[in-house]
Structures are given as C-alpha cells and as structure tokens.
Ligand binder design. Structure first.
Ligand SMILES: Nc1ncnc2c1ncn2[C@@H]1O[C@H](COP(=O)(O)OP(=O)(O)OP(=O)(O)O)[C@@H](O)[C@H]1O
Length: 529
C-alpha cells in the first residue's frame, strides 16, 4: 500500500482536464473515444487535442486503444481519480492525499486532508476492476448502455455509499461522517481505530457481542439489514465502541430474502466470536422478533438511488461481472425513464450545448449553401443575359455588314449615350487613334484611304446623330462575324463545362473532419444514465 502520486496534478493545465472530461463524457456511450469526437466535445482543435492526448497517455491518464472499427482513447483509472480529485480540490473539500490505508475488493482507501489539514478518508470505488480486461476483446462502440462501464458502476457505488452514510449518521448510527462525494470517490471522516478482524484482545467480550447484536437489531428496527455485517466492515475504536464502515449490500427488511440476510449477519458475528475469542452464546436476535419503528428503507429508496441502480449494483457485487448491469430490454426501458443524477444532468446539458452549437453550424451551412445557390443563379442569369446580348450584338453586326457594305464601318448607338459637346468632338477627332478599337493583326493592311473614309463618315454621323466617344466601333477586322460568334460561344461553353474546384489539402481535411464530427455526435441519443 503506497502513496498516491498526485504531484503531476500541479503541472496539468486546464486543457488537459478539459480533454480528460471529454474522454469521460465520450465513454458514457463509447468504449473508446475517437480523436474526432474528443476534439468535438472539448471544442479544441484536433491537432491540439492530439498533442494533449499524447501528454495524457504519457502520464497514463488515458490510453490509446486500437479497435477493429476505430482507434480511440479510454480513460484510465488514474485519469478518473485525477478528475475526481481535481473537482474535490476545486470545491475546497480535499487539500491533500496521503497514504493508502486500506484496500478492499472494490475500493482503495487513502487518508487525506482538507484545506486546513484535518484528517479525512478518500474511498475510491473500483467496481469491475477484477474483470476489466474481459471487455477488451469486445472493445468497440457501445450499443447504448449494453456494455456497462466501470465508470458507471464505480460512480453508482460511491453515490450509494454516500447516501447511506448521510442517512445513517442522521439517525445516530455509528458510521463515519459523510463529507462529500464526487464521481467514484467518497470523502468521509477518518475512524481512529482498527478493523475487528485485527483485534486480538477485548476487555469485555460478551459486552461487545451484545453491542454488535443490538446494532443488527437497530438496523432492522429502522427497516434495514446490513447484508455484510462482518469483522472486515466493523471498526473498534476507543472504549470498545463499534463503527460500521461499509454497507455495500444493505437491503430492506421487506426484501423477499430479508430473513436469510438477517440470519447471515447474525451468524457472521457468532462465528467470529466463536473462532476468535472462543465465545459462544445462545442469545441471538431473530427478524420476526424485531419491531419495526422506522422506515429508513423507504426513505433511502426515495433518496435518488433508484431500484434499478440498486439492481445494477447488486448484480455487479454478486457476480463480480463487469457487464453486470447489462440489462434486458425491459430493465433498460425502466432505467432510461428513471436514471439520472445531478452529474448526468450536468453532462446532458453539456451535450445539449454541443448539439445546439452543431445545429447552429448546420444552419450556417444551409445559409451558405443558399447564398451559393443564389450566386450561381445570378451567374447563370448573367450568362443568359450575355447570350442574349451576344445574339443582339451579332444581329447588329450583321446589319452593319449589310448596310455599310464595302465601307466596313458602323457606329453603334447606346441608349444612355449623350450628345458630345463641340469640344469633345474636336478632342475626339484630334485623338482618333486613341479611341478603343476592335482591331486585329491585319490592321496594317488598312490603307490610308480607308482611314480617311472612316474619319469622314464618322464626322458626318456625329453631326447628325447622338454619339459618344465610347460607343465608337471600328470594324477593320477581317474575321468574319460568324467566326467571332462561334469562338465566343465556344469559350462560354468551355467555361460552363469547367469542373468545380475542390478544396484540397488542409482545407479539405478540415471540412471532412467537421462532417465526420457531426456524424459522430449525431449518433448520441443523449446521455442515458
Ligand atoms: N472511514 C475510515 N476510517 C479509517 N479507515 C477506513 C475507513 N474506511 C475504510 N477504512 C479502511 O479501509 C479498508 C477497506 O475499506 P472498506 O471495507 O470500506 O473497503 P471495501 O472495498 O468495501 O472492502 P471489502 O468490500 O473488501 O470489505 C478497511 O478495512 C479499513 O481499514
């Protein structure tokens, strides 16, 4: 029994714990949590999560598991301990962790201290650890809660113990003081004594025997049967007083096997006294003789620790089976209806926020798609307008060719064109060469005479028509208008046929990652225990 090494906690940053919590959340529904899901839950970039996971793996807080269908991380026992301790530290309940003082079948018990260094006990429930490896063969995604997790069972055990400790202390039963519970850790008062199994000498053996039998009767009169009342779960303190430290299988006196459990408890004590102290007594209580005065069993049943939880836990204790709370369909329905504690609610709300954000993201995408669609529409519209314009232009071109005949010149009038001023006209005539012209490589072949003719006609037209400088088109080209039209339409068609450019490299990976995240999160049916 050594010391718990918690030094590492000092060096872990907020993001480390964020990823740890995400792993815990992911493990509610998954056997292993894929990196993509971790990143989605933690809302940290996948690259950063991968780095953090590397750190956490190095310190055995999580472990990378390679599955048949997918690789992913699982929270280790140490990681779960750290999560609970951190939360308890944050609450100001725990200030230090010391030596291990006890190790049971289903728990590790450490002595610790609060912020003022007052002694306390930290009991880490480890339910299912004995058969933990069994599940490895079937490691893969959970089917709802078909495969129980040790996280669930350990947490249940801790909740139950805390609920019972608090209730029993309130009725003046000799039990440790219940301080707090977080995940699988119960914080309770330290009992300064030794377990009965280690006691070799007692001053008043019959007195101790009677005190123990009275305690069994007191439990029964409150409607409870301990179920595991033996020398390992009893501690002897100053003045030979007894403290009960563990009650994993406490049942109601209304239980169908109540008598059997009651007699078993009585027999345990009788056998122990006979074996250890050679003390035998014919006086021992019987359940039928006990008068029931309180209904603690009913109160405890209503304390949030539901029947199904109890069933799960008892099966796990009885069978020592990791999959103990794997339930048949009927049970599962019940659990889904009844299950739910504060922690779960918190995590559900966490998940809801994640879902909401995802929905927002979806909406954004839909909006983006709409926008893109509109853009495309506009593009197409522009295209059809362009086609129309092209037809119009080519018609006009043909007309020009017809009208001008061998003059080769035409002036197009634009509806928005205004009549240029005299100065403009003079300037234009002076800078005729600078006017944008549609020309081709055969321009040199145009002889001076033709140029003069053009100028003459242009001046003539200007004097009669409303013409602007920018509307001037000089057709000195030898390319046939049909050919121009053909080339332009061909170019247009080619543009249309161009395949959509796909995002490649990093950008593509990011969008693929987001898509797969959404799909993975979509698999959740909410936290269901
Ligand atoms: N409040 C406490 N104060 C002092 N010691 C404690 C306290 N609780 C537990 N221990 C020590 O830890 C040991 C194990 O505790 P406990 O019996 O509760 O664990 P367990 O896992 O339920 O054990 P098992 O199921 O094997 O009986 C005890 O034998 C006792 O020595």
């Amino acid at each position: 029994m050594g010391r718990m090494d918690v030094n590492l906690m000092r060096y872990l940053e907020g993001e480390h714990f964020r990823v740890l919590v995400s792993c815990e959340m992911g493990m509610k529904n998954h056997e292993v949590v894929p990196l993509a899901l971790l990143s989605a839950i933690a809302k940290i970039h996948r690259g950063a999560v991968a780095k953090i996971c590397g750190d956490l793996c190095k310190h055995s807080l999580i472990a990378l598991e390679r599955g048949i269908k997918c690789d992913g991380y699982r929270l280790t026992v140490r990681g779960y301990d750290f999560l609970a301790l951190r939360a308890l530290c944050a609450r100001g309940v725990v200030g230090s962790v010391g030596n291990q003082i006890g190790v049971g079948k289903e728990s590790d018990v450490y002595v610790g201290g609060d912020a003022e260094f007052n002694d306390l006990v930290l009991k880490f429930h480890r339910l299912g650890r004995t058969s933990f490896r069994k599940i490895k063969e079937k490691r893969d995604y959970h089917q709802k809660r078909k495969n129980a997790s040790w996280l669930y069972l350990s947490r249940l055990a801790a909740q139950k113990e805390f609920a019972f400790l608090s209730a029993l202390a309130a009725k003046n039963f000799p039990v440790p003081k219940a301080i707090d519970v977080c995940r699988h850790v119960v914080v309770m008062g330290l009992i300064d004594g030794i377990t009965l199994c280690h006691v070799d000498q007692v001053d008043d053996i019959p007195g101790l025997y009677h005190r123990l039998m009275s305690l069994i009767v007191k439990f029964a009169s409150h409607g409870l049967i301990h179920g595991d009342f033996n020398e390992f779960n009893l501690m002897l303190i100053k003045d030979d007083k007894i403290v009960v430290i563990d009650f994993p299988q406490m049942v109601s006196t209304e239980h169908e096997n109540a008598e059997y459990y009651f007699n078993r408890d009585v027999e345990c004590i009788r056998t122990f006294f006979r074996r250890k102290f050679g003390f035998d007594s014919d006086e021992f209580p019987r359940l039928c003789e006990v008068k029931r005065r309180h209904t603690m069993d009913i109160e405890l049943a209503a304390s949030g620790f539901t029947k199904d939880m109890q069933k799960d836990l008892n099966r796990a204790y009885d069978e020592g089976d990791f999959k103990a709370h794997e339930s048949d369909d009927e049970d599962e329905d019940d659990e889904e209806e009844e299950g739910g504690d504060e922690d779960v609610e918190e995590e559900e709300s966490d998940m809801e926020t994640i879902k909401e954000e995802d929905e927002e993201h979806d909406e954004e995408e839909v909006n983006n798609e709409k926008k893109e669609g509109e853009k495309m529409k506009k593009g197409l519209l522009a295209c059809s307008r362009f086609d129309a314009w092209l037809d119009e232009a080519s018609k006009q071109l043909e007309q020009v060719v017809k009208i001008e005949g061998d003059e080769h010149v035409h002036i197009v009038k634009h509806p928005n064109q205004t009549v240029p001023s005299v100065e403009e006209r003079e300037y234009e005539s002076d800078n005729e060469d600078k006017v944008p012209q549609l020309v081709d490589g055969n321009e040199e072949e145009v002889n001076d005479e033709e140029e003069k003719k053009e100028k003459r006609i242009r001046n003539m037209k200007r004097s009669n028509q409303t013409v602007g400088t920018r509307s001037v088109m000089s057709v000195g080209s030898t390319i046939a208008p049909e050919e121009v039209k053909r080339r332009v339409t061909m170019e247009l068609r080619q543009n249309k046929e161009k395949t959509k450019i796909r995002a490649k490299g990093k950008q593509s990976a990011v969008s693929r990652g987001r898509k797969s995240n959404r799909e993975t999160i979509g698999e959740y049916a909410g936290w269901d225990f």
